[in-house]
Design a protein around this ligand. Structure first.
Ligand SMILES: NC(=O)c1ccc[n+]([C@@H]2O[C@H](COP(=O)([O-])OP(=O)(O)OC[C@H]3O[C@@H](n4cnc5c(N)ncnc54)[C@H](O)[C@@H]3O)[C@@H](O)[C@H]2O)c1
Length: 277
């Protein structure tokens, strides 16, 4: 059951908010009168986008892999804007490769550092601030690749399975302390992360705005899980309980197995280069 959420404007920190789903989420939340802190490794772009959203939004540089920097960032936000009501751990990267041996080991490590350890850093430091107050919400953005294996995204799936397991676990640990936890599991969303990938006839691509609307609804209701599109979530859950040989056949039949293994390198080059920077 969702916990009752406080009414009125809240202070919400969103990581990876300079682009994509994070930016779309910040845009809707600022438009609904919340105070939005947009944190991104690309601090200049976060500040620029925040300025465009008006006085309810502010942009800052933050590398979520740096635990001390994350703690100081959250403390700075509280000093500036008061208690943080919601932290959305959204920053993430996805590098596609034919298989895990084909992936640069440095990017494999970075995937775990950002997508899993970055989410853990933020969650732990936010719990430290929220627990004494007995209120607060942490929204962790995982993926449908956090409930089913995806060829071409092995390290990414490992990081996202980690986010799902971590979020479900801390929810149980702090359920009686007034804190709420939301695990977000998006299917493909049309951001830079999907550049140059293939498509499957049965998987629809959401816009960042559609995905953000689901996250905003969870922020305002305290819903514990958001999985969109619903049909893809059910397919992912089904795949995860089928015997593996069936799951692999289903992936081939639906062409889901090609989404991240049959890449247009030219169309993907800018994204892959950006996440290596
Ligand atoms: N796009 C999809 O299809 C899809 C599907 C499922 C889940 N997701 C998840 O949604 C989240 C947002 O992805 P997106 O599609 O908007 O990608 P995006 O690339 O458009 O945005 C990600 C943002 O994270 C920032 N970032 C990267 N490393 C960072 C770090 N170390 N510290 C702080 N910020 C950092 C980037 O600068 C960028 O602005 C990710 O966690 C991603 O895994 C995306």
């Amino acid at each position: 059951m969702s916990k009752a959420q406080p009414q009125g404007p809240r202070t919400i920190v969103i990581t990876g908010a300079a682009r994509g789903i994070g930016l779309a989420t910040a845009t809707i939340l600022a438009g609904r009168g919340h105070r939005v802190v947009m944190s991104d490794i690309d601090g200049d772009l976060a500040s620029e986008e925040a300025s465009a959203l008006g006085e309810r939004a502010s942009g800052y540089g933050l590398d979520v892999t740096d635990r001390d920097a994350f703690r100081e960032h959250l403390q700075m936000v509280e000093g500036e804007f008061g208690p943080i009501d919601v932290l959305v751990n959204n920053a993430g990267i996805a590098s596609a490769s034919v298989n895990i041996l084909d992936q640069d080991p440095a990017i494999t490590d970075r995937t775990i550092e950002i997508n899993l350890k970055g989410v853990m850093n933020g969650t732990i430091e936010a719990i430290r601030l929220m627990e004494p107050r007995g209120r607060g919400q942490i929204v962790n953005v995982a993926s449908l690749a956090g409930v089913m294996g995806v060829p071409g995204l092995a390290a990414y799936a490992a990081s996202k399975f980690g986010v799902v397991g971590f979020t479900e676990s801390v929810r149980s640990e702090f359920t009686d302390k007034g804190l709420s936890f939301t695990c977000v599991m998006p299917g493909p969303v049309s951001t830079g992360m999907m550049d140059g990938t293939s498509s499957s006839p049965i998987v629809s691509m959401l816009t960042p705005k559609e995905m953000a609307a689901g996250i905003v609804a969870a922020v305002e209701s305290g819903r514990p899980r958001v999985a969109l599109p619903r049909s893809s979530y059910l397919l992912a859950r089904l795949t995860s309980i089928l015997p593996p040989a069936f799951g692999i056949r289903l992936g081939r039949w639906t062409k889901i197995d090609r989404i991240y293994t049959h890449i247009d390198p030219a169309a993907r080059a800018a994204y892959e280069e950006r996440i290596r920077r």
